[in-house]
Design a protein around this ligand. Sequence first.
Ligand code: APR
Ligand code: ZN
Length: 364
Amino acid sequence: MKAAILREYGQPLTIEQVELDPPKAGEVHVKIEAAGICRSDLHFMKGEARINLPAVLGHEGSGTVMDVGPGVTGVKPGDHVILSFVPYCGRCHFCLTNRANLCDAHAATAGVLFDGTTRLHKGDQRITHMGKVACFAQEAVVPETGCVPVGKDVPWAQAALIGCSVTTGVGAAMFSARIAPGSTVAVIGAGGVGLNVIQGARLLNASKIIAVDIGEGKLEFAMSFGATHTVNPTIQDPVEAIKKITGGVGADYTFEVFGSPQTALTAYNAARKGGTVVIVGLAPIGDVAGFDLVSMVRQEKTVKGSYYGSTRPAVDMPTMVELYRLGKINIDDLVTRRYKLEDINKAYQDLDGGEIGRGVITQF
Ligand code: APR
Ligand code: ZN
């Protein structure tokens, strides 16, 4: 089958024919129908995040079940599924304490399936599977617990986005921050994930929702997802601007949704006394942000990380699907560009070049 392969950091992906072995026990063979263009993959392409190479990236996907390995009971051929990039083991401390997004068994087997091996290879060269999803390919073999069944009424691209940006962004607002009604919110970075934090804040009845982005087009687009105010840090100091909009005090909740020490510091400094700072973006490995410790103590700020929106993907993705069906979250308008798998490098140039919304591969 055809897949986009990352062979070297800093190099374009190459479209190649590779082999995909049949599913083993507890695994599912999926035909990929849609795969979103997310910045997390770009972090790997740039070497800002690390995975054993060669690798098939792609972690925001949806598809049709083709066949299942021994013991699989949760899905059957023909089912439509959203792919989760944190499948769960169901037995570790985190799975058993309602935090399946932090599953230990998954973290211990990064880039390979739960049994420590890959199904992807080219001859005798093994190829790793990003997030046990690897959906920049025509097909994938994934763990059963990485398949979240979805109704056939949900279009493929929208289902794929629930696999990462929607769940990560809306989840950050809903579960990581637990935004209280009426509170003020600032979101630093209004890309695919940030727009979902913004619409999550709207869903939770925040009052002022401030979108912060270096792209004017991004800011305008963010207004249609619930932003009430916009700030462009290339034009004005973002911390001063957020304080001004919030009556001089700063926002109750701030979210960092780009992935850099600089934007994390903006989020920290723009939070009010007693405020909560949620870090969603993945900064390059090894980067640190220097928070002023005295202000953290005297102003009682909370800084927390948010991975996969602090969700339990298997139970919270169906909730996202319901919110979408009810029109409470808008996924249709997030999908702004569609690509063929062959054009994946162009898709990533568009993402890095500042195109609005989310690109999705829908032709394999
Ligand atoms: N200040 C504010 N916004 C910025 C800045 C900055 N200094 N620099 C970049 N941005 C904006 C970009 O213009 C873009 O709109 O941040 C946004 C990031 O959005 P995307 O590129 O669409 O990335 P996305 O897929 O949303 O991922 C964001 O979340 O899950 C993580 O790994 C992911 O770190 C990434 C982050
Ligand atoms: Zn993602």
